[in-house]
Design a protein around this ligand. Structure first.
Ligand SMILES: Cc1cc2nc3c(=O)[nH]c(=O)nc-3n(C[C@H](O)[C@H](O)[C@H](O)COP(=O)(O)OP(=O)(O)OC[C@H]3O[C@@H](n4cnc5c(N)ncnc54)[C@H](O)[C@@H]3O)c2cc1C
Length: 459
C-alpha cells in the first residue's frame, strides 16, 4: 500500500481523499468503464501539483489525471489493481481572466465548459464547444474535444493559444507555453504535444483560449433525408449558408428508434417515419439565421433531397440529439466505436461495414449517430450475450470495423475520444512505428519514471 504521509501533509484533508472515503465518482466513467483508486489527490494550486508530481516521481507512484471524468475511453480512470491514484484537477480554479478586447480567456484547468459559457454569455462571447457533457478545461485540451460545432468553429486545438503543463521529470518543471497571443512564431510549437495526448506527457494547469462571439441569431431544424441524399444536402447547406452552418448531425433510423422506446415525448420534435435524420443548425452573425435555413431547405427540397423537415427552438431540438448518447452510453453490452472517414467516403464506408457485419454477425443491428458534417460517425453495436462473453470475438469485430475505416477509407479509429486503455491495441496497429517511437522519446523526456499513464506498448 502506498505511504501517503507526504501528500497528506502537502494537500490537507480537502486535497487528499483516502481509502475508506467515498471515491466512486472518480472510479466510474459515464459509459460504465470502471477502475479502483488507491486515493484521490486534489491539488488546489500549481505549486501543490508540482510537489505532488515530485513525490510520485521519487516514490514511483502512478497518477492518472482526471478532469470532469466524462471521457469515453477510460483514460481518466485508474486500472483495477487498486495501486494507482487519481490526480483530479477539479480544484485547480485559481485563474479566470477574461480579456474582452482580445477575445481571450486564461483559465485554470479545473473550470468546466458549462460554467465558463455561463460567465461568458453576458459579454456576448462563448467557448464554442457543443457536447452533451460538461468537460473540464484540462480534459478538453487533453482529448482535443470536438463535438457538434466543429464544422463551424474547429476542435478545441483551434481555440488554444497557450497552456501551462507540469511534467513529472523529478525537477519540478512547469512548461509555460501560455501567452494568449494569436501570432507567435518562435520555433517549435510545443503546446501541441500536450493537446490530444490524454494526460500522458504532463498535467495541464491552465489554458489561454480564443473565444468566439455568440451568434446574433440561430435556427435549427430536424430533416428527414434518404441516405443517398445526405452528402448532397450537406453541400447544398454549405453553399447556401457558408460559414453559418454550425452543425450537421446525422442520426440513423436505428438510433432514432431508441427515442421511440425511451423518450416518446421528444418524438413530436422530429419528422415521423423511418428516415435518416439530420440536425442542421445555422448560427449567423446577423439576424438572418432563419432566412438562411429556409433558403437552404428550399434548395434541398427543390432537388428532391428532403422527405420532411421540422424547424424548432434550438434548445428543444438539441435535447433530442443529446438524448440518444445518454441512452447508448448506458446500453450493455455494446461495442461503441468512434470513427472518422473523409466526408466523401462516409456513405460507402457505412455500406461496407453493414455488409461485412451482416456476413459475420447477422444478429447485430448497428446504431449510428455522428458529426457527419466533419466526417465523424459513432457506431454502436449492441452485442448478443454469446459474443459479448467472448473477448477475442469482440476484439475481432472491433478490428474488422477499424480495418475498414483505416485501410479502405483512409479514416481513423479514434475520431474524437482519444486513445486510453480502450484503444490500446488500435494505437499499436494503426499508428506508424516512427510516430510511436517519437512519442516514446517525448514520454521518456517528460516522464522518465512513468508517473502518468504509459503509452501503449506491445504486451
Ligand atoms: C454524453 C456525452 C457526450 C459526449 N460528446 C462528446 C463529443 O461530442 N465530442 C467529444 O470530443 N467528446 C465527447 N464526449 C467525451 C468527453 O466529454 C470529452 O472527451 C471531454 O473532453 C473529456 O473531458 P473531461 O474533463 O471529462 O476529462 P476526463 O474524462 O476527466 O479525462 C479525459 C482525459 O484527459 C486527461 N486529463 C484530464 N484532465 C487533465 C489535465 N488537467 N491534464 C492532463 N490530462 C488531463 C485524462 O487523464 C484523460 O486521459 C462526450 C461524453 C459524454 C458523457
Amino acid at each position: 500500500m502506498t505511504e501517503l504521509a507526504e501528500p497528506r501533509a502537502l494537500l490537507g484533508p480537502a486535497g487528499l481523499l483516502e481509502p475508506g472515503t467515498e471515491l466512486s465518482r472518480y472510479e466510474q466513467a459515464p459509459n460504465l468503464l470502471t477502475g479502483t483508486a488507491a486515493f484521490v489527490a486534489r491539488p488546489a494550486t500549481e505549486g501543490e501539483l508540482t510537489a505532488l508530481l515530485d513525490w510520485a516521481h521519487r516514490e514511483r507512484v502512478r497518477l492518472i489525471p482526471q478532469g470532469a471524468n466524462s471521457g469515453l475511453v477510460g483514460g481518466a480512470l485508474p486500472d483495477d489493481s487498486g495501486t494507482q491514484g487519481v490526480l483530479s484537477g477539479e480544484r485547480l480554479r485559481e485563474r479566470f481572466e477574461l480579456d474582452t478586447a482580445s477575445r481571450t480567456l486564461t483559465v485554470s484547468a479545473g473550470w468546466q465548459l458549462d460554467e465558463i459559457n455561463e460567465r461568458l454569455a453576458p459579454h456576448g462571447l462563448q467557448l464554442p464547444v457543443e457536447v452533451g457533457s460538461s468537460p473540464s478545461v484540462g480534459g478538453m485540451l487533453s482529448t482535443n474535444t470536438a463535438g457538434s460545432h466543429l464544422i463551424k468553429y474547429g476542435d478545441v486545438r483551434h481555440r488554444v493559444l497557450g497552456l501551462r503543463a507540469a511534467v513529472p521529470d523529478g525537477a519540478g518543471t512547469v512548461l509555460d507555453l501560455s501567452r494568449p497571443l494569436r501570432k507567435r512564431n518562435e520555433g517549435l510549437d510545443l503546446k501541441q504535444a500536450f493537446i490530444g495526448t490524454g494526460g500522458t506527457l504532463g498535467v495541464l494547469t491552465e489554458a489561454s483560449l480564443e473565444l468566439a462571439p455568440l451568434p446574433r441569431s440561430r435556427a435549427t431544424a430536424w430533416l428527414a433525408v434518404p441516405e443517398s441524399g445526405l452528402l448532397d444536402v450537406l453541400t447544398t447547406f454549405e453553399r447556401h449558408c457558408a460559414d453559418s452552418l454550425a452543425a450537421f448531425e446525422v442520426v440513423s433510423p436505428a438510433a432514432a428508434a431508441l427515442l421511440t422506446e425511451r423518450h416518446e415525448h421528444l418524438l413530436n420534435r422530429i419528422p415521423r417515419g423511418e428516415h435518416f435524420l439530420v440536425l442542421a443548425e445555422i448560427a449567423a452573425d446577423d439576424e438572418r439565421a432563419e432566412d438562411k435555413l429556409t433558403e437552404a431547405l428550399e434548395a434541398a427540397a427543390g432537388q428532391d433531397l428532403l422527405h420532411d423537415a421540422r424547424i424548432g427552438a434550438p434548445q428543444r431540438m438539441w435535447e433530442v440529439r443529446h438524448a440518444i448518447p445518454e441512452i447508448t452510453e448506458r446500453m450493455h453490452p455494446v461495442l461503441s466505436l468512434d470513427l472518422a472517414t473523409p466526408r466523401s467516403a462516409i456513405t460507402r464506408f457505412r455500406a461496407e461495414v453493414h455488409t461485412r457485419l451482416a456476413e459475420t454477425c447477422p444478429d447485430i443491428r448497428p446504431i449510428e449517430l455522428g458529426h457527419y458534417g466533419d466526417g465523424g460517425i459513432h457506431l454502436i453495436l449492441p452485442l448478443p450475450q454469446r459474443i459479448a462473453a467472448d473477448r477475442d470475438r469482440v476484439d475481432e469485430l472491433r478490428m474488422l470495423v477499424y480495418d475498414i475505416a483505416v485501410h479502405r477509407y483512409a479514416g481513423s479509429f479514434s475520431a474524437e475520444h482519444g486513445i486510453g486503455p480502450k484503444n490500446h491495441d488500435a494505437y499499436l496497429r494503426y499508428v506508424p512505428e516512427a510516430v510511436r517511437a517519437t512519442a516514446a522519446l517525448l514520454k521518456q523526456h517528460f516522464d522518465p519514471h512513468t508517473v502518468l499513464a504509459p503509452l501503449p506498448r506491445e504486451r
